[in-house]
Design a protein around this ligand. Structure first.
Ligand code: CTP
Ligand code: ZN
Length: 155
């Protein structure tokens, strides 16, 4: 029996996506990946560092009326490897799957090395290999373990 059985910290949603079992402390980064900053009338509920059976502490992000692209899920998997993506329709969970970490991600992270060919004026799309504990730039070998979310955005 989980603590959810006693107490629901974040209300259920009617339609949308619940990103559950997010590593504690990563909820705001998940929102950043989804481009959600609250200015577009998005309806979003967040739980941070709530008790969880599977993780010591988890974050949870509920976004109404939105489904995620595979690319968004791939990037979320880098910072929340245990996350589950639940699709909710008319209050029921109609689909649930664990995120899978891709072998590599292209065009979604910016290399922090300012002399990397991908950050200079060359038409080279960024590409990172996904490691167990971080990502490595295919072009210059720079490894990023913490702060992956900070690399998200420009291509
Ligand atoms: N949820 C929600 N709104 C709904 C239905 C579910 O916000 N209308 C949330 C639940 O609060 C939970 C997640 O979606 O955080 C998954 O729901 P469910 O599969 O019912 O919960 P569990 O069985 O506990 O999920 P898991 O086994 O993945 O932990
Ligand atoms: Zn690089």
């Amino acid at each position: 029996m989980s603590s959810d059985d006693h107490e629901l910290r974040v209300s259920k949603i009617r339609n949308g996506t619940v990103i559950d079992h997010v590593r504690g402390g990563q909820a705001l980064n998940v929102l950043a990946i989804l481009g959600i900053d609250g200015t577009q009338n998005e309806q979003v509920s967040i739980g941070m560092n709530v008790p969880s059976d599977r993780l010591a502490r988890k974050d949870i992000v509920k976004v109404e009326d939105r489904e995620l692209s595979q690319e968004e899920v791939d990037v979320i998997s880098l910072i929340a490897p245990d996350a589950t993506i639940n699709i909710v329709r008319d209050y029921d969970v109609t689909s649930k799957h664990r995120v899978e970490r891709p072998c590599q991600v292209e065009g979604v992270l910016t290399c922090p090395n300012t002399t990397c060919i991908t950050t200079e004026d060359e038409p080279v799309t960024s590409r990172f290999e996904v490691l167990d504990d971080g990502v490595r730039c295919t072009y210059c070998g720079t490894i990023v373990r913490d702060g992956i979310a900070d690399l998200i955005g420009s291509r």
